[in-house]
Design a protein around this ligand. Structure first.
Ligand code: KIV
Ligand code: ZN
Length: 526
């Protein structure tokens, strides 16, 4: 049983790599997940949820591979309440030093009736059996009552009490659809603490979605009522409107220690670099006015504010930018900067690169420094994506392209792509403009037809020699996929970004049923 549930410490459970990765367009390959997991370890999170091993073979391999390489935090993976999932999750987490099984089953009337087609008694029995079975393998077992916030409180209390008896060490109360409001959610936590026998011996956890923009407020209200684990994601990424944002909940607990009286183990000065790293890896940009990590979070524009700040920072600033690792000034590298400085800067930016990755990056950096006088952090972050980006699964890569456009001619592009299976394919197409022609040629080569939903070009840094960054989103089937790339040539950046989005689409796991009917083995033992 966990001894972490001390009175005044809140366990930070990060689910960026599981619930976060379920965000449209946020899927990551194993190398990318490893970078994020290393950054989360350095940030000081207590528990990292690595994934959902039964969702796909790729998920299984990513969880297993990251579990081998990360030491320190507890490593957790998600399983449905059945023996097959639990066994498979055990396999995936085998290499982890500290491991936790996270088992979930829905409890709300809607889910019971329409999704699970199970009675209350069946839900209790299934949950108890799963937890008991999981405890035969794992010392640390978390049970989540999916859609807990819309479950009858008496029934939720019964489920919690029975899974605690069966050996659960953490009980999680998700607001799966972001429906609750702070006073209601905190009352539910207070109710459970009062009515569930044995609850004082386990960690009471919260997991809030942000559909009404209340995920952080709900989580904080629960902490005020005694919850001692908060589940959250970097930048608040996650299903639909996302999950509780780690950086916001952590800084609220720290800044308002006078009110909450609890601490976390987060190294807050790593918040900003971790947020940037995730945004670079996934291509999901952080809105400028986002609390804690947005570009404007510490910017004071109004004259009256600037005047107040000069007199006393506290007049308009409740946190110092340096407390969250917000860069005051950027270190600029140039063509005379050495390998050592480059390595150090990459570490500060949150990247843990192998020696050969640094060698490659150094070469590219020198090449870029010849074209640009000054190389900024954003340039380095753009370069490094090439080394941790999609590589290991079936994917396409841009080999070369050329295009012709101008007044009075039909824009035409010729593109050559290579595939990881060794194929090299060339094709040409016409379009409304050069970028459109390049995209059409890529579609012909890959055989994938998509709708371009958004396309943006921004400059990575200031200055005439700045690199252009293309961020785009495509729709294939019912889902959307992001691509992003940086290059001094905007058409090249567009082509790379488009290929990346199509590769993401190919890698996206199938949607997994959560219905109990898909789980014959547990029924057999029931
Ligand atoms: O939102 C949710 O209910 C979940 C559970 C699996 C914890 O993500
Ligand atoms: Zn969730």
């Amino acid at each position: 049983m966990s001894t972490e549930s001390t009175k005044d410490r809140v366990i930070i459970f990060d689910t960026t790599l599981r619930d976060g990765e379920q965000s449209p367009g946020a899927s990551m390959n194993t190398a990318q997940k490893l970078q994020v997991a290393l950054a989360l370890r350095d940030l000081g999170v207590d528990v990292i949820e690595l994934g959902f091993p039964v969702a796909s073979q790729g998920d299984f391999e990513a969880v297993a591979s990251v579990a081998e390489r990360i030491e320190g935090p507890t490593l957790c993976a998600l399983a449905r309440a059945n023996r097959e999932d639990i066994d498979r999750t055990w396999e995936a987490l085998r290499a982890a030093k500290r491991r936790r099984l996270h088992c979930f089953l829905a409890t709300s009337p809607l889910h019971r009736e329409y999704k699970l087609k199970m009675s209350q008694q069946e839900v209790v029995r299934r949950a108890v059996e799963a937890v008991r079975y999981a405890r035969e393998r794992f010392e640390d077992v978390q049970f989540s009552a999916e859609d807990a916030a819309r479950t009858e409180p008496e029934f939720l209390a019964e489920v919690a009490e029975r899974v605690i008896e069966a050996g659960a060490t953490t009980i999680n109360i998700p607001d799966t659809v972001g429906y609750t409001v702070p006073s209601q959610y905190s009352s539910l936590i207070a109710y459970l603490r009062k009515h569930v026998r044995g609850i004082e011996n386990v960690v009471l956890s919260v997991h809030c979605h942000n559909d009404l923009g209340l995920a952080v407020a709900n989580s904080l209200s629960a902490v005020a009522e005694g919850a001692r684990q908060v589940e959250c994601t970097i930048n608040g990424i996650g299903e639909r409107a996302g999950n509780c944002a780690l950086e916001e909940v952590v800084m609220a607990l720290r800044t308002r220690h006078d009110f909450f009286g609890v601490r976390t183990r987060i190294r807050t000065e790593r918040l900003y670099p971790t947020s940037r790293l995730l945004s670079n890896v996934t291509g999901l940009q952080v809105q400028r006015n986002k609390a804690i990590v947005g570009q404007n979070a510490f910017a004071h524009e109004a004259g009256i504010h600037q005047h107040g700040m000069l007199m006393h920072r506290g007049t308009y600033e409740i946190m110092r930018p340096e407390d969250v690792g917000f860069p005051g000034s950027q270190l600029v590298l140039g063509k005379h900067s050495g390998r050592h400085v480059l390595r150090q800067r990459m570490t500060e930016l949150g990247y843990q690169l192998e020696a050969e990755q640094i060698d490659k990056l150094f070469e590219e950096f020198k090449h870029l420094a010849d074209r640009k006088k000054e190389v900024f952090d954003a340039d380095l972050e753009a370069l490094v994506q090439g080394y941790i980006g999609p590589t290991e699964v079936s994917s396409w890569k841009l080999e070369s392209f050329s295009c012709v456009s101008g007044q009075g001619t039909v824009p035409t592009a010729s593109v050559c792509l290579t595939h990881t299976d060794g194929r090299k394919v060339q094709d040409a197409a016409c379009g409304d403009g050069p970028v459109d022609a390049v995209f059409k040629a890529i579609e012909r080569i890959t055989g994938q037809q998509v709708r371009l939903c958004s396309y943006q070009v921004t400059s990575v840094t200031d200055g005439e020699d700045a690199q252009g960054q293309v961020s785009l989103e495509v729709e294939g089937g019912t889902r959307r996929f992001q691509g992003r790339a940086v290059n001094t040539d905007i058409i090249a950046a567009s082509a790379h970004a488009f290929v990346e989005a199509l590769n993401r689409m190919t890698r996206a796991p199938a949607i997994l049923p959560t219905s109990s009917h898909a789980v014959p083995s547990m029924q057999a033992s029931a």
